[in-house]
Design a protein around this ligand. Sequence first.
Ligand SMILES: NC(=O)c1ccc[n+]([C@@H]2O[C@H](COP(=O)([O-])OP(=O)(O)OC[C@H]3O[C@@H](n4cnc5c(N)ncnc54)[C@H](O)[C@@H]3O)[C@@H](O)[C@H]2O)c1
Ligand SMILES: [Zn+2]
Length: 834
Amino acid sequence: MSNPAQRIAALRLQLEDANHRYYVLDDPAIPDAEYDALLRELEALEIEHPELASDDSPTRTVGTRPEGGFPEVAHAIPMLSLANAFETPGVADDADDRARYAEVADFVRRIEQKLDISDPVFSVEPKLDGLAISLRYEDGVFMQGATRGDGATGENVTANLRQVRAVPLKLRESGTPVPSVFEVRGEIYMPRKSFAEWNAKALENNEKLLANPRNGAAGSLRQLDPAVTRRRPLAFFAYSVGEVRGLELPETHSQTLALLRTFGFPVAPEADTATGFDGLIAYFRRIGTARDSLPYDIDGVVYKLDDYDQQRVMGFVSRAPRWALAHKFPAQEQSTVLRAIEVQVGRTGAITPVARLEPVQVAGVTVTNATLHNEDQIRRLDVREGDTVIVRRAGDVIPEVVRVIEERRPAGTVEWSMPATCPVCGSELVREEGAAAWRCTGGLTCSAQRKEAVRHFASRRAMDIEGLGDKQAEALVEFGFVHSPADLYTLTVADLVRMKTALDAATAADFLQAVSDSKGALALDTEGQRILAQDDFDWKDAGFLRSHLAVEPDGKLATKWAGNLVAGIDASRATTLARFLFALGIPHLGETTAKSLAQWLGSLDFVRSTPAVVLQALPDIGGEVGRSIATFFEQPGNAGVVDALLAAGITFSDEAPPSAALRERLGLSHLLSTLPVDKLGDKSAQRLAETYGTLDALLRANAIGWAGAGASMAGAENLAAYLADAQALAALRATDAAMRRLLDAAPERAVAASGPLDGKTVVLTGSLAAMTRDEAGAKLEALGAKVAGSVSKKTQLVVAGESAGSKLAKARELGIEVWDEEALLSFLQAHGAS
Ligand SMILES: NC(=O)c1ccc[n+]([C@@H]2O[C@H](COP(=O)([O-])OP(=O)(O)OC[C@H]3O[C@@H](n4cnc5c(N)ncnc54)[C@H](O)[C@@H]3O)[C@@H](O)[C@H]2O)c1
Ligand SMILES: [Zn+2]
């Protein structure tokens, strides 16, 4: 590093490379803070060694020249950058402002000296973090839009800018004469909320995330297909003008901003004016405080000398005006070393990988943890323990790892893999097919999930325990009175009072403090049974305190509620199977599905013992839900809690035998069709089932027999290979046994009393307006019909609704009687079934 020429060359190379990635590829490799530090180092060296300065050094140039893709646009007036000011390094927080913000003080002093004035007036504006563009209006109509490029030449992105709603296509009529040329400059940006929503969707769809709103905006605007830009949530703020003809501009910049508003351009509402150094710093602080709550990302504020005459006197340096300054906030992205990747278990069992970081200051806060979202995101980023990563913290969003600086990866790192078990309870972790999230299968026994489990169990649509609110449910777990929902049924009044006292004591400090401040001292007595107040304390005024702490008007803690709650818990013992299943909090099992499950299987015993492949044959229960239910009950911890609940005397008023309709959905054919065996389709499964009837009979034959029975030869051979695996065979036998147990318990299908359609085979096709096909089928069955799924020679009647297709054609071909919806309705009416 001793050779300055060499260091300068190295810095230029590094900065040019960074510029290319940032401006051309919209894919920076290093955080801005680091780029700024390198640029400053280069600046200092060039000042120290003027003989090594060069006009094409990154310290003197703006952005980069466009590279293909878009036609070029020459800017009539160059689009420059801004000089930057940062907090003086190594200065204490409580130092004098002129020491702390020495670069701002210098900026103001230079202006005051050159203009020979004191306390100049500035236009002060938020510095949006997006990309600069120019919009050219001719006779009031938007004609051309361009990026900044290298300041002299930009890219023509007119078609894309037309897709941005905040860019007016015409100047608004406002009484002001329409200028023949009006060039507006401003920032295209992506609002923070849109950015977050965009990324949330991308996460869900397993797509690449946008690293930050600035890259998002730049990348979106520079899409070659305007239709792609159209879908991106971009917005725009105007902050100055370029070439203007046919209109006298006002005398100050702030007046120009007002003019831009009257022409219909959005201007940042935070734009204001300020006087002198103190005014600038006051604005900097005001916007700095508001930063996290603004709807867009800003990286600082911009100070511009307000008076145009004064601006002209100050003039320009090569890359920026001397009359303006960007005062930067602490950066929202920093690089740091990722020490470890750990997983956290959420309230519902969802697993989130978290990065443990070398502590780093990001936007004014020390960050030690950052989210990695999910396993796929880790794969996409290829983050490894030991990597140097870029961490981003913006607004009140949880800090996240947005990229890896691969150049800094140490030797010997390994790809990360998801642990096999829950770090909290040790249960197995599973990832559902197609879902991004892993979850802990510990359910009712995983302490990370207990609070949510108990809260959900007691909630209104679940067990509906009167008097047990969310707060109390959580406190019962927090203070160790309840470890699983089963413990609720052993709670006593004394337990509840102790829990409440503990809860009150935990929160009392805050409340007592708040009330004491205005109303005199309050304290809790030593047993935590009574609130002690000074004599002049007026309890009537303390309604909120009373309701929160459950104290009676004389300050004594109330206990009647505890008796009521025990009674409420007791009453919840008599419930329905549907409620109980929902209350267990089985992932993906909603209220409606729980009802349907209860109706189909009839008893908890069958729900618990039915394997996933069988559950999946039920309506409303897809692969994910079926697996989730089976996995839940397989977990010994959950099974133990369910047994304890039953032992506590839970009863179901809706227990019944399994539905007779199971017979149509289940059977050997269904079982075979679920096997992961190639070339063994539904048709083959059906033929095998018809030939053999039972699994045992099927297993006594072999591939040749199966092929003879109508399976394809390949399918039969694959099946033989599959069943040669002892484990697969045992699993199939077990599933078959569970299924047959269920079917044996289901009543025979009620034989329809003789009706007008006795024995007739009917097929429904197309869509009906008055009812669903299933409903129509049920009505026809009630009149004696047999409803079939496909048209064959055996079909005697086809009911064809709207847009019926091949089935109708086939019916016509076979000469089968066809009814339209009207015929169906009048038939049903005639037989009292409408
Ligand atoms: N990470 C990297 O690799 C990398 C590479 C190159 C540049 N950068 C970053 O880009 C920035 C430098 O780019 P720059 O030349 O655009 O400078 P700049 O961002 O510091 O300032 C100029 C820009 O500010 C914007 N701006 C926002 N609000 C404004 C307002 N009210 N008035 C005027 N301008 C406003 C305009 O787009 C203007 O072009 C630095 O922050 C640097 O860290 C990063
Ligand atoms: Zn767990």
